[in-house]
Design a protein around this ligand. Structure first.
Ligand SMILES: [Zn+2]
Length: 364
């Protein structure tokens, strides 16, 4: 009887963090951890960037600071897992969640004191001061969990047929680079028919297909995406969470209990339904205007999209906060408008592909 072949030492399951595809891969321990599918190298993770992610017992689940936040490796082979643990010196650093108590209480004495002050003296006072102190790793983790909540809440899928995805990546990359932001910022189109867009903590920007459907050109969508990046840059989402979340969120934050807690459920609901202050909206519009100037593209189209979607007053949606009137925003974007000095961000064909990103027909 032939020996049952042992699985190769580096067998693992890989999720690239961009699609929900589950891939059987082999891991090669080079200068970096190489993730391969046969001969194809899918990714390479520096050992110093690798972190432990929550996983069931009997499995080592890993993420990487330099990979998309949802990218995961799952290793079941105990010997290989032990080898990985030995190589990844920072495996358990900055990991909120189960091991979060020390990490989060430790991040800043000032922040801890602020939380206590918030609990004792009321939230709005400290939200502005506290938001910038929340560590990036925590914010990313929160965004990650909120991401799945959002999809459930809207019963939405991430759209991405090949041609549409290519156009969307081209558009979002141009905006992100003009904004001077790195690839931790991730944007997706969700299949919801609601005309909306919003950002979650951790740099996740969502454009709903319903808004895309109402848009007439790429400048309109670019302006909205840039506006959401403005909220991200100003950490308005964290600020809103701290302000609206009250004590349960803060206590959850303090004790690192963010998985499955009431704080988190609150957080996701609040992120989707809350509106920013008038100032935050104006700042995000200003940020968007700057980005469009840098891209050599007009600012007026975004204002036109908002008015088209909401009418002149514009209420109820997070991209269209109840405070500034869509008409006022259009007026500002018309004032700041400059004639295009650079070519369109997408070709007519790419724009058509983006408009139909949620049609599965385009999938190769
Ligand atoms: Zn906004």
């Amino acid at each position: 009887m032939p020996d049952v072949p042992k699985p190769p030492a580096g067998a693992a399951i890989y999720f690239d963090g961009k699609s929900s595809q589950r891939r059987a891969v082999t891991l090669h321990l080079g200068d970096r951890l190489e993730i391969r599918d046969g001969e194809t190298m899918l990714a390479a993770w520096a050992y110093a960037d690798i972190r432990r992610a929550d996983g069931p017992s009997g499995m080592l689940r890993l993420s990487s600071l330099s990979a998309p936040p949802l990218a995961r490796l799952e290793i079941r082979d105990a010997a290989f897992a032990a080898d990985m643990v030995a190589r990844c010196a920072s495996l358990d650093e900055n990991t909120p969640g189960r091991r979060g108590v020390v990490a989060i209480v430790g991040w800043s004495l000032a922040a801890t004191i602020s939380i206590v002050a918030v609990v004792l003296f009321g939230v709005p006072l400290a939200a502005d001061r506290l938001a910038p102190l929340v560590p990036d790793a925590f914010e990313r983790r929160l965004g990650e969990v909120a991401d799945s909540q959002v999809r459930t809440l809207f019963d939405a899928k991430v759209c991405g047929n090949a041609a549409g995805e290519k156009a969307f990546v081209k558009l979002t990359t141009a905006i992100r680079e003009a904004a001077g932001m790195d690839t931790t910022v991730q944007s997706s189109v969700l299949s919801s028919a609601v005309p909306n867009a919003f950002a979650l903590p951790g740099g996740r920007v969502y454009m709903f297909n319903g808004l895309l459907a109402k848009a007439e050109n790429a400048d309109e969508i670019a302006g909205v995406l840039a506006h959401e990046l403005g909220h991200h840059k100003n950490r308005d989402n964290m600020r809103g969470l701290i302000r609206d979340g009250g004590t349960s969120f803060l206590v959850g934050l303090l004790f690192g209990d963010i998985t499955g807690s009431s704080a988190l459920i609150f957080a996701s609901r609040s992120l989707v339904t809350s509106s920013h202050s008038r100032e935050a909206e104006q700042d995000a519009d200003g940020f968007s205007i700057d980005i469009m100037h840098k891209l050599g593209r007009p600012t007026k189209p975004m204002g036109e999209l908002l008015v088209r979607v909401t009418g002149k007053e514009g209420k109820g949606l997070s991209i269209i906060s109840s405070h500034p009137l869509s008409e006022d925003r259009l007026a500002r974007m018309t004032r700041e408008n400059r004639p295009a000095t650079k070519p369109p961000l997408l070709t007519p064909e790419e724009w058509r592909s983006l408009k139909s990103i949620c049609d599965s027909g385009g999938k190769i």
